[in-house]
Design a protein around this ligand. Structure first.
Ligand code: FES
Length: 217
């Protein structure tokens, strides 16, 4: 809705197609306003896709699959895709866009912050309690203790160490710190480049220290 309002207010020369996937029409936020805006503005198309429709619903039904996206948007070439929703929706939609050949640089994802329960994610060491304390050494500057279940950036800031940041969701890479020793858990949402992994950089906003570590800020 903010993007639509911005296009209207600043008269931006853009077309905007909102494909709103939802379980039922009752779950659609701004439903009436969106319908009204779509009637008033040629640049705006709004499509609802409902997975569990009421008997009297006559619109699109199903999920935001590759087939549905293609049917509604037509040719995907040159279009930017912006995903906004829960992480489960991103996990579903990203591969669907890949099936359509949409390159990763044309997909943007609304940031949802660090994972609230990293111990539930694939790759977390089995049996490791999130309350376990580890020591972080910041080379040339000092040390602090933190529980392994806390995002590294939060713990750094609590202890007076700042790193540039913006998305705090693993997307933008502004908060990169170099891990000189020790083990760090990088969740799937951490968009690390392969060169980051090779040379030991991590996105501190979504990284979790699994052992005593030494970092370079
Ligand atoms: S602040 Fe953007 S990746 Fe950490």
């Amino acid at each position: 809705m903010s993007m639509i309002r911005d296009i209207i207010n600043k008269k931006r020369p853009l077309n905007f197609h909102l494909i709103y996937g939802s379980r039922s029409t009752d779950d659609i936020i701004f439903r009436q306003q969106l319908k009204t805006l779509a009637k008033q503005h040629d640049f705006l198309t709004v499509d609802e896709v409902i997975s569990e429709p009421d008997a009297d619903y006559t619109g699109h039904t199903g999920y935001l699959s590759a087939e549905m996206i293609q049917r509604l948007t037509g040719d995907v070439d040159g279009k930017m895709f912006y995903l906004c929703g829960p992480n489960a929706m991103y996990d579903f939609c990203k591969p669907e866009l890949e099936k359509l050949g949409v390159p990763g640089r044309r997909v943007r994802i609304e940031a949802n912050g660090p994972p609230p329960a990293p111990q539930k994610l694939t790759g977390w060491p089995q049996g490791l309690e999130t309350s376990k304390e580890v020591t972080v050494t910041v080379r040339g500057r000092g040390q602090f203790k933190m529980p392994v279940g806390e995002p590294l950036l939060n713990a750094m800031e609590r202890n007076g160490y700042q790193a540039e940041n913006a998305c705090r969701s693993g997307e933008c890479s502004l908060c990169r710190v170099k891990v000189l020793s020790g083990d760090v858990f990088n969740p799937p949402q951490s968009h690390l480049r392969s060169s980051d992994r090779t040379f030991g950089w991590t996105h501190a906003c979504v990284a979790f220290a699994l052992s005593d570590i030494e970092i370079l800020i």
